[in-house]
Design a protein around this ligand. Structure first.
Ligand code: EPU
Length: 416
């Protein structure tokens, strides 16, 4: 199996271009099958999660083309059949197909979705929404049969602002009869991106990006063109790398307001950056001081950036704190980070205390999950000597051409 090998300590200069957002694209692709004509999605990242969704589209008999980040999907001849367990379990976003198929055919059979093992990841809020819309949900172990004579608009209150449940409910309700009101929804930019995509096809969704989304059901969704927004987590990862190793490093094609919770923390730590309309130029200068973060739903500090921030915190003077409030198992990267020389103590899998500054030394390490893998990669970039990362399939699920992008600006990193 391939690995990533990094020789640490090299300064990075030049430009890194951000790709389309993974967590947006992985919802847009399953959303596309709700369309009654052909859709085109551009700026699709070249990551293995999209390959896995493409495999499901092929299995369902959709007609697809994918070239240079442009995906066309024609679902006019798709077959509503059970997606095999091994396909569902490759990624979390497979369950968006469950909602699109339910919304389109009022019947779906599917297995529990996969995804990184960063917590229990229940789907109770999605099932609650299906039931509220009038569907009967039969749970047979990890397999679900969901059926409705008719899906009818309803009022749904989510127990927590779940990204997945918000998107699933939109997908299931977009063709339901009447009006659906979803309260306490997630406000992530990816939610807005999915709602805009559906509205471009003729859906009637209002309020995406606020606490309440209102959907008036429509019968038909027509041909449309849509662009994936820039990946704020990929952008944030490179901004962190820039704060550690940048020498006039510019991160391009991002939306700075989407990562303000990160940039404001970096500035608090003493990082200097130049933020323009769609890029950030950053340079490692002087000393940084410890800061504390707490992960929260958007617009709070994203859980997906707390692991990539940890290598940065090992280089800050004093004790930094990271409090994880979304996932129960998101400090798996700490074990190897400490092996490389960090001084991190994790309490109850919820709070990490990072004492800096510590020198990191290259080691053979493992990517335990996607963002944990990115975290190890950043450790490798700043460490003395050679770091080799195993299990890199996790990293390739979510970071488009990460080795190529970093090599281009001066990193010594390769896939071996
Ligand atoms: N939750 C429930 N019940 C539900 C749904 C969620 O209890 O029915 C809980 C979860 O256990 C978790 C919290 O609510 O504690 C938030 O979960 P959410 O549903 O928002 O997460 P998700 O949709 O499964 C997406 C991203 C994750 C990201 C989270 C939070 C995708 C494909 N995944 O997951 O991204 O961490 O939102 O922002 O969009 C990643 O990219 O590395 C990643 C894990």
């Amino acid at each position: 199996m391939s690995k990533i090998k990094i020789e640490g300590g090299h300064k990075l200069t030049g430009k890194i271009e951000i790709s389309g957002a993974k967590n947006s694209a992985v919802a847009l692709v399953p959303a596309a099958i709700l369309c009654d004509e052909e859709v085109t999605i551009s700026n699709v990242p070249n990551i293995s999660d999209i390959d896995s969704l493409e495999e499901i589209l092929n299995y369902l008999n959709a007609k697809i083309t994918r070239r240079d980040g442009v995906l066309t999907i024609d679902s006019s001849n798709i077959v509503n059949k059970e997606i095999p367990e091994e396909m569902s379990q490759k990624l979390r976003a497979s369950y968006y197909f469950m909602s699109s198929l339910l919304g389109k055919y009022k019947h779906v059979e599917m297995y529990f979705p996969g995804g990184c093992t960063i917590g229990e990841r229940p789907i109770d809020q999605t099932l609650k929404a299906y039931r509220a819309l009038g569907a009967v949900v039969i749970e047979e172990g990890n397999r679900y049969i969901v059926e409705a004579e008719e899906l009818k608009g309803a009022k749904i209150y989510l127990d927590m602002p779940s990204v997945g449940a918000t998107i699933n409910t939109m997908l299931a309700a977009v063709k339901a009869k009447g009006k659906t009101v979803i309260e306490n929804v997630a406000k992530e930019p990816e939610i807005v991106n999915v709602a805009t995509f559906l509205n471009n096809m003729g859906a009637k969704i209002k309020g995406a990006g606020t606490n309440v989304i209102t959907i008036t059901g429509v019968d038909y969704l027509h041909k449309s063109f849509h662009e994936v927004i820039p990946d704020r987590i990929e952008a944030g990862t490179y901004v962190i790398i820039g704060a550690l190793l940048g020498e006039n490093l510019t991160i391009k094609n991002l939306i700075p307001s989407h990562i303000e919770s990160l940039t404001s923390k970096l500035i608090e730590a003493g990082v200097e950056m130049n933020i323009s309309e769609d890029s950030i130029t950053i340079e490692k200068r002087g000393k940084y001081k410890a800061v504390s973060i707490k992960t929260l739903p958007y617009p709070g500090f994203p859980t997906d950036l707390q692991q990539p921030l940890i290598p940065f915190l090992t280089q800050c003077h004093g004790i930094s704190t990271v409090e994880e409030t979304i996932w129960e198992n998101r400090f798996q990267n700490v074990y190897d980070t400490n092996r490389m020389g960090a001084n991190i103590i994790v309490k109850d899998n919820r709070i990490a205390k990072i004492k800096g500054v510590t020198k990191l030394t290259g080691k053979n390490v493992t990517a335990t999950d996607l963002r944990g893998g990115a975290s190890m990669l950043i450790c490798g970039l700043i460490a003395d000597g050679i770091t080799t990362i195993d299990n890199i399939k996790y990293i390739l699920r979510g970071y488009d051409n990460i080795c190529g992008k970093l090599s281009k600006v001066g990193a010594k990193i390769e896939l071996i």
